[in-house]
Ligand binder design. Structure first.
Ligand SMILES: *[C@@H]1O[C@H](CO)[C@@H](O)[C@H](O)[C@H]1NC(C)=O
Ligand SMILES: *[C@@H]1O[C@H](CO)[C@@H](O)[C@H](O)[C@H]1NC(C)=O
Ligand SMILES: *[C@@H]1O[C@H](CO)[C@@H](O)[C@H](O)[C@H]1NC(C)=O
Ligand SMILES: *[C@@H]1O[C@H](CO)[C@@H](O)[C@H](O)[C@H]1NC(C)=O
Length: 431
């Protein structure tokens, strides 16, 4: 606590010092790069409240116009989805989707070294802002890569769609989920999707081919209410205690299994956390209910039907009057093949490997919009060119280094060119 206060009290001092010293020449030049200018402009739009999404839509409308891309906005459930399109030489071929999301999670400005919506840059070229890693970076990288491909007169056989979702961070209920059910989505004729990926501190690049299934479990225990001076036997807190005990017993081996596993490989394991407890209204009233919310992520090996029985058994064990509800429960999360049966994967792996990087396929520990895309039979890989980068997604001081940002555009130029020039293969006929 004291440590935190000390840090906070130094914030104004740090900020003014950094601002006062001149930036290195190379960095000064990089900051004038139109890609960087756009990235910072996009970061300055605070898309954490959905009311501000419209500002992002206008930003993308301008980008499409500047870049000669077709532009459309769809609102299948109220919130806007932007699609920027470069029509391919053979538009009958299945298209390539380059997906990211406009929304960002909230930020508490006081905790940040630099304000979260100003896109300030430090002397090391780190660009600070909520969304710098998740996922305003990849959106601008896609755009700049496509612009560069067009400027170099490179022909793309397939149509490329840059798609921007409005609510990935809250589960896609007004974005990708309703969108994939519309005729407008079907008309995009998507053969393959790239989407957000994982940052990694080493030199390796990561590709996710499957997401864990996210469950948000809400369990309400019930007992006898009464005056705080009475002593009824059937009280809710006893049931909460039993519930916490049985869940924490289940959690113990899960925690143990992960001790020596780097977080980037967490996707292969099941996790469980008890994150919210609500109940009680006054010191002298015995509450009738307590509510517990747990966040569970199922590894690909986990049998969802069996886990469902297990969760219900926790409710039963807690005691009578207990109810189990799910705020979110993904029963299925299909994998995209990462072998020679998938020409898109082969192309990605070859492209990245030829550029001298090592590509490591993993299961995504979190859940993204790709889960829904894969579940309707469209292959999708989560990829982000963020090597030498510690993940700061959802964290304070989210930033991306300018060199890594610019390197990512080079990587996407090759990747998008090769994917969009892939001849039609059997894989495209799935669905
Ligand atoms: C692309 O094509 C245009 C028009 O034909 C030409 O003016 C331009 O120099 C070409 N650019 C490159 C990089 O080849
Ligand atoms: C999951 O478990 C249920 C119940 O034990 C079983 O009937 C089902 O076949 C299992 N599914 C898979 C994919 O193993
Ligand atoms: C639980 O069962 C006991 C014994 O049948 C009963 O007295 C009590 O009201 C029940 N509690 C709840 C919350 O249903
Ligand atoms: C990627 O390509 C390299 C080089 O061809 C190969 O050694 C590796 O097995 C491939 N990895 C996957 C996961 O396909």
């Amino acid at each position: 606590m004291a440590y935190k206060l000390l840090l906070l009290s130094f914030v104004p001092f740090l900020t003014s010092t950094v601002m006062a010293s001149p930036l290195p020449n190379k960095l000064q030049e990089q900051l004038e790069n139109p890609a960087v200018v756009k990235f910072r402009e996009y970061l300055r739009i605070d898309t954490s409240p959905s009311e501000n999404l419209q500002e992002a839509v206008e930003f993308w409308r301008r980008q499409a116009a500047d870049s000669g891309l077709d532009f459309a906005v769809y609102s299948p459930a109220g919130k806007p989805i932007c699609v920027l399109t470069r029509v391919g030489a053979d538009p009958t071929l299945p298209s390539i989707m380059l997906n990211s999301h406009m929304d960002v999670v909230a930020a508490v400005p006081i905790a940040w070294t630099y304000p979260p919506y100003e896109a300030q840059v430090d002397n090391d070229g780190n660009i600070y802002g909520r969304g710098a890693q998740d996922t305003k970076d990849v959106a601008i990288q896609y755009l700049e890569a496509v612009r560069r491909i067009i400027a170099q007169n490179v022909t793309l056989q397939r149509t490329v769609h840059i798609t921007l979702m409005p609510d990935e961070e809250t589960g896609g209920f007004e974005g990708i989920r309703p969108f994939i059910k519309t005729p407008e989505f079907k008309a995009l004729n998507i053969g393959f999707a790239l989407d957000e990926g994982l940052a990694n501190p080493t030199d390796d690049l990561y590709a996710t081919y499957q997401d864990r299934r996210a469950w948000s479990i809400q369990i309400t225990v019930k007992g006898k209410s009464g005056h705080g001076s009475s002593m009824p036997a059937d009280i809710a807190i006893k049931k909460l205690q039993r519930l916490i005990n049985v869940m924490m017993r289940y959690r113990k081996p899960l925690e143990k299994a992960l001790i020596s596993v780097p977080s980037i490989r967490n996707g292969f394991y099941t996790t469980l956390n008890l994150n919210m407890i609500n109940g009680g209204m006054a010191p002298n009233i015995i509450p009738e209910t307590f509510t517990l919310v747990a966040d569970m992520r199922l590894s690909p090996e986990e049998n969802a039907t069996e886990i469902l029985s297990l969760v219900n058994s926790w409710g039963a064990f807690a005691g009578n009057g207990t109810t189990v509800d799910f705020l979110r429960r993904e029963m299925e999360s299909l994998a995209t093949p990462i072998d020679e049966t998938n020409p898109y994967w082969v192309t990605i792996n070859e492209t990245i490997t030829h550029m001298g990087y090592n590509l490591v396929p993993v299961v995504c520990p979190a859940t993204s919009d790709m889960l829904h895309i894969r579940n309707i039979g469209i292959p999708a890989i989560g990829f982000a060119p963020k090597r030498r980068t510690t993940s700061r997604a959802h964290d304070i001081d989210e930033y991306l280094n300018i060199d890594i940002f610019l390197e990512g555009i080079d990587i996407y130029v090759s990747l998008i060119t090769n994917l969009a020039n892939l001849p039609e293969k059997k894989m495209d006929c799935t669905e």
